[in-house]
Design a protein around this ligand. Structure first.
Ligand SMILES: Cc1cc2nc3c(=O)[nH]c(=O)nc-3n(C[C@H](O)[C@H](O)[C@H](O)COP(=O)(O)OP(=O)(O)OC[C@H]3O[C@@H](n4cnc5c(N)ncnc54)[C@H](O)[C@@H]3O)c2cc1C
Length: 474
């Protein structure tokens, strides 16, 4: 008879779920993970990873078009959209297979199907939405002392902007276009909207981005937003901010969008395809949460404390379904904290101000900590340092001299409060500053950090020096 009783069962096998399962098994818990559709969740199958594969193709295409700038020859540069998509799907499928292997290696049982919680400690699993992987347990009743919900999120749907899979896409359809649309409207300018806008624009689509807020990339520092916007507009992207798409009229192979410009006027544009990227909502439905009394938040997420505990003992939540920021590394970390707390290891509770965010568009954007405005809103006395890429040897050598780095310090304590950057390779560069913030590194310590020459980190040092008023502001 198949085993149905576990110490920990995790519902959902995205980056939150599978990392939690591995850590739980390492800590000696008898662990199972339930998945209804695809191992690896949104991140590996329809999110982070396949988009990065698409963006890599676009990036190489861009460099091939500029081969001459580097003393190289590349004639008849072109692309095959189907092959780009095929490569991206291949990357996703390879990662998905990797999760199967990791579960087996760590002795985590995979239960294939859709889970609902009947009572603390008790679950029922119904048939899944796709074929079960080899060796998975099937539908039925299961028991676990601890149940961790890691069911992730799905695209938010706004009235009047409902996706139809054909003309109005979500990220699912945008990831696998049959052909490149000549014109594209992207509604929403968060990381998902901007990454797709950047991918399609680089490959030649006429792209318009409409954002209801006053600036694109709403969570970023104002100067980074402005810098990025100018760069995108220079590439030919049309950007409308403080504007709202109010209506979509669909024809056979085009959509006419009515846009309220926020100043009392309207305009309409006709495009081949629309991507609705207006955020995501947590997958809280069908889990039995209401009946169990699990407290949820507005915006479709589950209320948790700093270690994933919900309002009902024995039931926990992590990842996108436990609230923003909805990022894979946040989901993974939350899961580790959750099982270590169950084990009694007293991990640090999650500090949300130390979670970095990256947008892998061209130019890249990366940030961690407080923006200048957020620091001012907190009435902090700050020192700000900035350094443009034009002055950095590595950036100039890369042929990528357009970028900006900005650091925010507490004037009194010298504590690093935030780092914000736009430009080539900044999604790698941010990592050092995440560590610096976690180690509570001060301005003084950063200023005396020695970076190898030439690197982009050197530029970060220049920004620190700038903030300190030494060398640059002398
Ligand atoms: C286009 C796109 C690009 C992104 N890029 C990045 C990026 O570059 N970096 C980054 O950090 N984040 C990125 N994200 C966000 C990232 O994908 C999510 O933050 C991450 O996937 C959340 O992980 P999770 O484990 O909470 O949930 P998910 O990855 O959503 O996984 C949840 C899983 O639970 C399963 N499930 C749901 N309900 C049930 C049920 N009742 N029973 C059984 N199984 C169930 C689902 O099928 C799914 O597999 C991106 C997202 C998108 C859409």
């Amino acid at each position: 008879m198949a085993d149905t009783s576990f110490d920990i069962i995790i519902i959902g096998s995205g980056p939150g779920g599978y990392v939690t399962a591995i850590r739980a098994a390492q800590l000696g818990f008898k662990t199972a993970i339930v998945e209804r559709e695809y191992l690896g969740g949104i991140c590996l199958n329809w999110g982070c990873i396949p988009t990065k594969a698409l963006l890599r193709s676009a990036e190489i295409y861009h460099y091939m078009q500029h081969a001459k700038d580097y003393g190289l020859k590349a004639d008849n540069v072109g692309f095959d959209a189907a092959a780009i998509v095929k490569r991206s799907r291949g990357v996703a499928s390879r990662m998905n297979t990797g999760i199967s292997y990791l579960m087996k290696k760590n002795k985590v049982s995979v239960i294939w199907g859709e889970a609902a919680i009947d009572a603390p400690g008790k679950l029922t699993v119904k048939a899944g939405k796709s074929e079960a992987p080899k060796g998975a347990l099937g539908p039925g009743a299961y028991q676990a002392k601890h149940i961790i919900i890691a069911t992730g999120a799905r695209p938010r749907v706004l009235p009047g902007l409902e996706p139809d899979k054909k003309l109005v896409w979500t990220y699912f359809e945008a990831m696998v276009p049959e052909k490149l649309p000549k014109s594209l409207l992207v509604i929403g300018s968060g990381a998902i909207g901007i990454e797709f806008a950047s991918f399609y624009r680089t490959l030649g689509s006429e792209v318009t981005v409409v954002e209801v807020l006053p600036q694109i990339l709403p969570v970023e520092d104002a100067e980074i937003q402005t810098f990025a916007r100018k760069a995108f507009e220079k590439q030919g992207m049309k950007i409308l901010t403080g504007a709202k798409v109010t209506k979509l009229d669909k024809k056979t192979d085009s959509v006419t969008a009515t846009i309220d410009d926020g100043k009392g006027g309207t305009q309409s544009i006709t495009v081949e395809r629309v991507i609705a990227a207006v955020g995501v909502v947590g997958n809280i439905e069908g889990l039995g949460l209401e009946k169990l009394g699990v407290k949820t938040e507005r915006g479709g997420t589950i209320a948790v404390d700093g270690t994933g505990k919900t309002s009902v003992p024995g039931i926990y939540a992590i990842g996108d379904v436990a609230g923003p920021p909805m990022l894979a590394h946040k989901a993974e970390h939350e899961g580790v904290v959750c099982v270590e707390a169950i084990k009694g290891l007293h991990p640090h509770a999650m500090n949300k101000s130390l979670i970095p965010g990256c947008t892998y568009c061209f130019p890249q954007i990366a940030s961690v900590g407080l923006t200048e405005q957020a620091a001012k809103d907190k009435k902090l006395d700050i020192r700000v340092g900035k350094f443009p890429f034009v002055g950095n040897g590595k950036a100039v050598a890369l042929g990528e001299d357009q970028g900006l780095i900005k650091v925010i310090f507490d004037k009194k304590t010298g504590a690093l409060l935030g780092a914000h950057m736009v430009g080539a390779e900044v999604t790698e560069l941010i990592q050092g500053y995440v560590v610096a913030m976690n180690l509570e590194t001060t301005e003084e310590e950063l200023m005396h950090t020695i970076f190898p020459h030439p690197t982009l980190s050197e530029m970060m040092k220049e920004a620190v020096l700038d903030a300190y008023g030494r060398v640059l502001n002398m």
